[in-house]
Design a protein around this ligand. Structure first.
Ligand code: PM9
Length: 442
């Protein structure tokens, strides 16, 4: 960890055009930008890396990963990809016909991008409460079944490509979905022959919340809960960089033979041979081992409770956060933190930039900038949740680091009225938050 002065950070932030994505990691003191690929692999995983079988076809690491995925998720077919968006690309191409709708429990940036790129229209069917930052209720990530039913009635089942159900819901604050809701979504979609694909990215965190908070699951193991969750799905996309405890990789799973054939035809175009897709043999080995570690209770309990510890500290200090604290991150509510800024002045982007200035802590905007523009009107999407995400990498930081982060946020909160708005000086056409450049509005 390199320690910088505030004067140095002023220069770094200017060079990064007020976008934390454009900072150099060496200029960051505590990096809470993302939990994606930033976790620490275990000694066992690193040992697995040494067992890499880099044969072009039929790698034994692929067989190990396939067996592990079948065992943990229960899906027959596995298509490895370079990361989650590689799986989203394949699924969107094989399962969406132009003009179809893809309902989901809140959008995710890359997921919606691929759906739209393939002619789909995303429809948000998450329960309304998920858009209310201060409301603390369990299973805020649930699908609103009435919204799904209405969509089917209005558009016709044949015009729905599939339901995309994320466990947990990242942009809602890492909020989980209950098992009851997953079961109900299955029952409803079965009546119309509609497929359900999960975004499995943080599924183990979701399983922890079910064990902790849903009646009837307290005595079940995380493995049993994960297996039951996926028994209500036709397949899933996975960003391995989160709950598979690896730095890179992902996959697409399904049971349907015909869909699998189509996925294999495409994976060779975009990723690689079906037995490695977008990953090296050694990475598939680390992922197989990581998945087995992720479903151990001791690991996931520590993970979720460390995030909650930071949330509790911030709440106790009077900082407005998205309630309740979710699985992977604490989301600061920028609307209440910076009430003097309008959403078009990018309050969350500016808050993230100012937190870096204040403390060297890097975070990520999850508000209007991340939401991008409507593909038809060209206007900004304006999400109700305008947030800054303090995302905790897995097995990296200690509770003491959380104390430092909480103190930094508190110190910024005391001078919050000094935070100025931002405007674009460069706005990329898609997924703009990654590479956009800004300047302060004086
Ligand atoms: N999530 C995150 O920081 C990394 C990219 S930031 C846009 O939260 C979900 C729920 C994700 C996710 C990535 C992906 C894409 C899909 N679904 O980054 O392509 O949180 O592996 O996964 C990020 P990949």
């Amino acid at each position: 960890i390199g320690i910088s002065t505030e004067a140095e950070r002023v220069e770094h932030l200017k060079a990064a055009h007020y976008n934390p994505f454009l900072l150099r990691s060496r200029d960051v003191i505590i990096d809470l930008m993302t939990d994606s690929g930033t976790g620490a692999m275990s000694a066992h995983q690193w040992a697995g890396v040494m067992e890499g079988d880099e044969a072009y076809a039929g790698s034994r690491n692929f067989s190990h990963l396939e067996e592990t995925v079948r065992d943990i998720f229960g899906f027959q077919h596995l298509v490895p990809t370079h990361q989650g968006r590689g799986a989203e690309n394949l699924l969107s191409q094989i399962a969406i016909k132009p003009g179809q709708y893809v309902p989901g429990n809140m959008y995710f940036t890359t997921t919606r991008y691929h759906q739209e790129r393939n002619g789909g229209t995303f429809v948000d069917i998450i329960r309304d409460e998920a858009h209310d930052a201060s409301l603390s209720i369990p299973f805020k990530g649930n699908i609103d079944l009435d919204k799904l039913q209405r969509l089917i009635d209005e558009k016709g089942a044949e015009n729905i490509a599939y339901v995309c159900l994320a466990v947990t819901v990242n942009l809602a604050g890492g909020q989980p979905v209950s098992m009851k809701n997953m079961k109900e979504v299955r029952e409803l979609t079965d009546r119309y022959g509609i497929k359900v694909f999960y975004d499995a990215t943080r599924c183990v965190e979701n399983a922890f919340f079910i064990k902790e908070q849903e009646e009837g699951y307290g005595d079940k193991s995380i493995r049993e809960i994960v297996r039951e969750m996926f028994s209500y799905a036709d397949g899933c996309t996975m960003s391995g960089k989160k709950d598979c405890l690896v730095n890179i990789g992902g996959f697409l799973c399904m049971n349907d033979e015909k869909l699998f054939e189509k996925a294999k035809e495409l994976v060779v175009v975009y990723e690689g041979m079906p037995s490695y897709g977008g990953m090296a043999g050694r990475d598939m080995e680390a992922m197989a081992i990581g998945l087995k570690e992720a479903v151990q209770y001791e690991y996931i309990e520590h993970r979720v409770k460390q995030v909650r510890y930071l949330g509790d500290k911030l709440r106790e200090a009077g900082i407005p956060i998205v309630e309740p604290t979710g699985g992977h991150a604490v989301f600061i509510d920028a609307r209440r933190f910076c009430p003097h800024l309008t959403q078009d002045q990018f309050p969350a982007q500016s808050l993230a930039a100012n937190l870096y200035l204040e403390s060297g802590v890097r975070s990520m905007e999850r508000g209007i900038v991340s939401a991008g523009r409507d593909k038809i009107t060209g206007d900004h999407h304006r999400p109700k949740l305008e947030t800054v995400r303090l995302t905790i990498p897995r097995r990296v930081y200690t509770y003491r680091h959380m104390d430092l982060v909480a103190a930094a946020v508190q110190s910024l909160y005391e001078k919050r009225e000094n935070i100025k708005g931002l405007r674009f000086v460069y706005e990329p056409a898609q997924l703009r938050f990654f590479t956009a450049r800004f300047e302060e509005i004086s």
